[in-house]
Design a protein around this ligand. Sequence first.
Ligand SMILES: [Zn+2]
Length: 401
Amino acid sequence: MFCSSLGMAQEYDIIIKGGHVLDAKNNINQVLDVAIKDGTIAKVESNIAANKANKVIQAKGLFVCPGLIDIHSHNFHGTEPDAYLSNSFTALAPDGFSFRSGVTTIVDVGGAGWKNFRTFKEQTIDRSKTRVLSFLNIIGSGMKGGVIEQNIDDMDPKLTALVAKQYPKLIVGVKLAHYSGFDWTPTERAVEAGRLANIPVMIDFGGSNPELSIETLFMEKLRPGDIFTHAYAHVKGRIPIVDDKGKVRDFAFKAQERGIIFDVGHGGGSFLFEQAIPAMKQGFKPNSISTDLHTGSMNGGMKDIINIMSKFINMNMPLDEVVASTTWNPAKIIKREDLGHLTEGAVADLTILNLRKGTFGFIDTKGKKMKGDQKLECELTIRDGKIVYDLNGISAPLWNE
Ligand SMILES: [Zn+2]
């Protein structure tokens, strides 16, 4: 349903009526109307008069949330052959994957290093309608795979931090991934870059033989606010969070209390129900839910961020917490507290989600299935006050009206 007042200057551009608003920052979990004007949230209140807007979107029975923030994705799309996730075919252009799953802010983690960040900016960030942010790889050449990511000589904390500080609105963290030696130097260099630029570090850890202790990583090497991604993975070269008796390791809880951020980073090989289900039963919840989006994950068990959110809903995580884990929590993690909420005056990035009831199945990265009876669907996404995705035309006039 919609109505429009021809040519009249209206108080609001859009009013979303009767939706259940979930806004963790403002402690809102109730049915309210949301009004948008000039790209910002103008009002969140019950019963905003429909005749005050050019467009009214009826959202009864739906959830109105801040635009989702995916803090683990790979979007440095390009045409360099054999370049893994840096200016490559395996990384995905943001707009084709973001809005249709409610995402308005996507964070490429480690695609670019300090040497090729400008290419990433000019090629992807500046050309996307999605807000694209970056964690610079501690490797100057970025996430090009193979031996390039093993080169400690290309891990320069000073230059990484310098480039990060040149683009404070775009570079929100430092990434270390795929290093496989028995050596703390890469971790220490990434953390040093994070310290110099005052931004968090995200670590994709493992692959060392013998193993480096994740307890040491959590309790000594990382700072509170640093991010351990692939939280529910069981990969070679690092012990998993849940031990072989199905118990969450004590130090994982202690690490989370210390402020270490546990991020899902589902991906194509990093999310197992045999880890996540016992962890959730024992109360070990993720701080942030993210995709690890690339061509190797999008058509597997991962699919998209709302599919992962649906997994957590079916593991009995309350919906408001699931939404907080993709909105306000990640905004705080990347120190972008201007995002992830619907405060009056904030940028009007939001999504309308439908929680469907039915018979559904969800797959993990081992190809195992969990059954579920709830599934999120993205109905509509607004970025910067503009409707950028509308699944069922809830914002559109009827063709013959
Ligand atoms: Zn990744």
